[in-house]
Structures are given as C-alpha cells and as structure tokens.
Design a protein. Structure first.
Length: 118
C-alpha cells in the first residue's frame, strides 16, 4: 500500500466514523462537519462534491465558533455569552445535515466500490 492509498483509507475511515458518531448522537453536527471536511481532500473528493457539500457548508458557516480544544483558549464569560449562538447554529446544522448524513455512508461506499474514488 502506498502512502497515498494509506491516507485515502484513513480519510475514508474518518468520514465514516464521524457520520456514525453524528447519527448516534456522540458527535455534534458542527464538529462532525469539521471532521468530514478535513478528510475530504485526503480522500480525493472535491468540496463541491454533492455527497459532502452540505458538511463543507456547515463547517464554513460555523468555523468562527469555539468548539472542541479551541474552547480552552477562550474566557468562560465569553463562552457563556456565545453559547446561545452555538446552540442555534447546532440546531441549524442538524436540520440541514440530517438527510445528507443518512445518505453519506451509502453513497460514498457505493462510489468507492465502483472505484469512482479510491
């Protein structure tokens, strides 16, 4: 297996794991979209690809929100003040990402098996 093949396999696994965690409620839609977007290029997909475009959009619209490790760099009062906006954006992300998320795994699995993407 070459380095590129290994990177594509890691990216594919990252996308599927993010999708599964989002469906199970273990990962927020915003954080899941960020994980999916970060793996898109490694898998050889374009950001405008129909199967991932929704998640690229969610990431783009929420990239200024402090989530995950980034929260450690923010003051508690600032995070508290921003929490209503984070909650609003998370609800929005879940609303627009729900159906595309259900379609993501099967669509990418089918394409990978047909060798449309490595």
């Amino acid at each position: 297996m070459t380095f590129d093949e290994s990177e594509r396999m890691k990216a594919r696994l990252a996308i599927f794991e993010a999708a599964q965690a989002m469906l199970a409620g273990r990962l927020s839609y915003i954080n899941g979209a960020r994980k999916i977007r970060s793996a898109v290029f490694s898998w050889g997909l374009d950001e405008l690809d129909a199967d991932v475009r929704c998640f690229v959009g969610i990431d783009s619209e929420t990239d200024a929100l402090p989530l995950g490790d980034m929260r450690g760099y923010w003051q508690a009062a600032a995070l508290k003040a921003l929490q209503p906006e984070i909650d609003k954006k998370e609800a929005w992300a879940a609303k627009i990402g729900g159906i595309p998320l259900l379609q993501l795994g099967p669509a990418l699995s089918e394409r990978a098996s047909r060798n449309q993407i490595s």
